[in-house]
Design a protein around this ligand. Structure first.
Ligand SMILES: NC(=O)c1ccc[n+]([C@@H]2O[C@H](COP(=O)([O-])OP(=O)(O)OC[C@H]3O[C@@H](n4cnc5c(N)ncnc54)[C@H](OP(=O)(O)O)[C@@H]3O)[C@@H](O)[C@H]2O)c1
Length: 350
């Protein structure tokens, strides 16, 4: 067994607030394997997701949320210790995955992370991808998979037509590729003109520029009743009201966000949460089309369904050089993720 130091560096959230106020890179105790299903991973890279910035700001209601805590769900690294009942994984294996909860208290923004078999998702890292690329393929890719296959109610056979809102972001770039990996699928992405080339390069058959009223009007007037599924990675009433009639009668509006745009970017108080719940229930029960919200993620599918698509190149992580940070510079990663302008994914290297 590799020698494991007693203390490690972590990017800890010491208080709620701005990235500069809240995030501190310093030494904390290294977690240890104590239970038979525990797996200790030496982290090489960490995928960053919007939920972590929302939690750091104190914007989303999370039960028993206190500071200090280490945020982070997604990781890629090497197994350095394991409990006696862990099966299928060995010390020295390169793995990637996500913890059951991305908001800690003992999250992946650290040199070592403890997970447990059966909690969250873990898979062997395919040889054809880097630790950085694999670390991003956690929450965002499983959200895309679940929004499409778990909740999408797609026809079992025949052609399918899918629209992805927010197709240039973390969830959207994986959603376009996953949708295209399904047989006989026409995939249209909504993104800004500056990201059109990227989204087309991921396999989208067409893109619609959301910053152009003319393009959005053409979409709503020409394609009414033609889509089987809309995947929404942006949220808000405007998109729902404008686009729901694009769905066929048995089509599904599947959202990762819900009726508030970038939900959690602003503080979600009790009144706002109750209002949102009311809208969700009304849409689910009385909406003109099926309405689905991604609430929990099917982590077992990471190894069985998603990892093979990564291994055979059908799903790739979009990772631009200026979105790769060192863990000690996590403040910059958080400032980028909360800008809503991320293209593909953001990663922190350990
Ligand atoms: N329910 C769940 O379990 C779950 C899981 C994962 C994520 N989520 C949520 O899903 C959302 C998306 O996550 P993400 O990781 O994809 O976020 P992200 O990577 O931060 O998304 C950024 C992208 O959104 C695009 N964008 C911003 N405003 C837009 C608009 N009005 N219309 C179309 N595109 C727009 C941006 O492109 P431009 O710069 O061109 O505008 C950018 O490329 C977040 O709110 C996240 O918290 C929920």
């Amino acid at each position: 067994m590799t020698s494991i130091p007693e203390s490690m560096y972590a990017l800890e959230t010491i208080k709620l607030g701005s990235a500069e106020e809240a995030l501190k890179y310093h030494q904390v105790k290294t977690p240890k394997v104590t239970k038979p299903t525990d797996i200790l991973i030496q982290v090489k890279a960490i995928g960053v997701n919007p939920v972590e910035a929302k939690a750091r700001q104190g914007n989303i209601p999370i039960p028993f949320f206190s500071t200090p805590r280490i945020l982070g769900g997604d990781y890629a690294g090497v197994i350095v210790d394991k409990g006696s009942q862990v099966t299928g994984f060995n010390i020295g294996d390169a793995v990637f995955g996500s913890l059951a909860h991305p908001v800690g208290p003992n999250g992946s923004y650290a040199e070592y992370v403890l997970t447990a078999q059966g909690s969250g998702g873990i898979a062997k890292k395919p040889d054809n991808v880097s630790f950085e690329e694999a670390a991003c393929a956690g929450i965002a890719v499983v959200t895309a998979y679940h929004a499409i296959t778990g909740l999408g109610n797609l026809p079992k056979q025949g052609p399918k037509k899918i629209l992805v809102i927010g197709s240039s972001g973390g969830v959207g770039t994986y959603a376009i590729q996953y949708a295209k990996s399904l047989a006989d699928t026409e995939v249209v992405g909504i993104c800004s003109g500056k990201n059109a080339e990227l989204v087309l390069g991921l396999g989208a058959d067409r893109v619609v520029d959301y910053t152009s009223k003319q393009s959005m009007d053409a979409l709503t007037s020409d394609e009414e009743g033609t889509y089987d599924l809309i995947v929404d990675a942006i949220g808000g009433d405007d998109y729902y009201n404008q686009l729901v009639n694009l769905l066929k009668k048995r089509g599904t509006y599947s959202t990762a966000v819900g009726p508030t745009i970038h939900n959690g970017a602003e503080k979600v108080g009790l009144f706002a949460a109750a209002k949102m719940a009311g809208i969700l229930i009304t849409r689910k029960l009385f909406g003109c089309r099926y309405y689905q919200v991604v609430v929990s993620l099917p982590w077992d599918k990471l190894a069985t369904d998603v990892a093979p698509l990564i291994a055979n190149g059908k799903i790739k992580t979009v990772l631009k050089d200026d979105q790769i940070f060192d863990l000690k510079d996590g403040v910059l990663a958080h400032k980028k993720i909360e800008s809503h302008r991320t293209v593909g994914k953001i990663v922190m290297r350990v």
